[in-house]
Write a protein that binds this ligand. Structure first.
Ligand code: NAD
Length: 283
């Protein structure tokens, strides 16, 4: 029976470290770290994420500046705001909550954020840095997954790592971080033919698909570390991951629950990135 990786506990310890460092910066250098969070429109899930980010800022002693813009905001107006935030010294990190309304081009908006304040690490400059392993920021969700794997004491070097999903924000950077730790990495996606066979070879399996219970216990190698990034809402309103928890936990050595696994880590790593941004901007 697998041990459950407690994402809430690991994220609490990351936030404690960040809070302690932020307190020292405040005390010794008079720096008040600030994160600007921009949301456009009224997507209920996005509102929940933004509120959670605000609460996390308060918990670690950062200032948060919330810009809740109307659904009808034009791309030009949003770009103007980003320009102001890029130049505001009180703002160390800028986060634009995705998805944006259809009339706004996400790529143009991400490209407008100063790479030094891009705490989501979505800007092409930061994405490129991740490729060559010289990064200031890691994208929050994959970075959180790395912390969770680390918390199990599992050595990644030389292990067969399988990442399911190839999105720019989770799957691709996830694969790259595992590769940087010398894992042998396979990326699976919607066109992968022999998913079960590939998964059965995984010592470390990261599922980031967005399909409830796609990965079942019979696809998991005995003793594997299983990380479930998926967040799916079932018809009964319950949240569940991409991994069928009951059957998978019979095979895995460690497994993350949903909720309470990867989710809390994403916000903790956002706080860590904002601290890093502030420290780098001091240099
Ligand atoms: P996405 O839709 O951009 O990408 C999904 C990926 O899954 C694609 O690359 C696609 O090729 C692959 N895929 C689809 N069907 C497949 C199948 N049958 N077999 C194998 N691969 C398949 O999604 P995303 O933004 O990467 O997010 C993935 C999941 O992770 C979602 O459930 C999302 O809600 C969740 N998520 C969670 C957090 C968190 O903090 N916990 C953060 C980001 C995303």
């Amino acid at each position: 029976m697998a041990k459950i990786i407690d994402g809430k506990a690991v994220s609490a310890s990351v936030k404690e470290e960040v809070a302690a460092e932020a307190a020292v910066l405040k005390e010794e250098k008079g720096i008040n770290i600030g994160l600007a969070v921009v949301i456009v429109g009224n997507d209920p899930a996005s509102r929940v994420y933004v509120n959670n980010k605000k609460k996390a800022c308060e918990a670690v002693g950062f200032r948060s500046f919330e810009y809740a813009l109307d659904e009808s905001t034009t791309q030009e107006q949003l770009l103007d705001l980003i320009d102001v935030l890029n130049r505001d010294d009180h703002v160390n990190g800028i986060l634009v909550q995705l998805p944006l309304p259809a009339h706004i081009d996400e790529k143009t908006v991400i490209n407008a954020i100063s790479p030094e304040k891009d705490v989501d690490a979505f800007h092409p400059v930061n994405v490129g840095k991740i490729m060559i392993g010289e990064y200031a920021f890691l994208p929050c969700t994959p970075a959180g997954v790395m912390k969770l794997i680390e918390s199990t004491g599992t050595e990644i070097s030389g292990k067969q790592c399988v990442v399911i999903g190839r999105s720019n924000i989770v799957g691709k950077p996830m694969a790259m971080l595992l590769l940087h730790k010398s894992g042998t990495v396979t990326i699976c996606h919607s066109k992968t033919k022999n998913l079960k066979e590939i998964c059965l070879g995984a010592d470390i399996l990261v599922a980031a698909v967005g399909r409830a219970n796609l990965i079942t216990g019979d696809m998991i190698k005995e003793g594997a570390v299983v990380i479930d990034v998926g967040m799916n809402r079932l018809e009964n309103g319950k949240l569940c991951g991409d991994v069928e928890f009951e059957s998978a936990s019979q095979k895995a050595s460690y497994i993350t629950p949903v909720p309470g696994g990867v989710g809390p880590m994403t916000i903790a790593m956002l706080m860590r990135n904002t601290l890093t941004a502030a420290k780098n901007q001091m240099k």
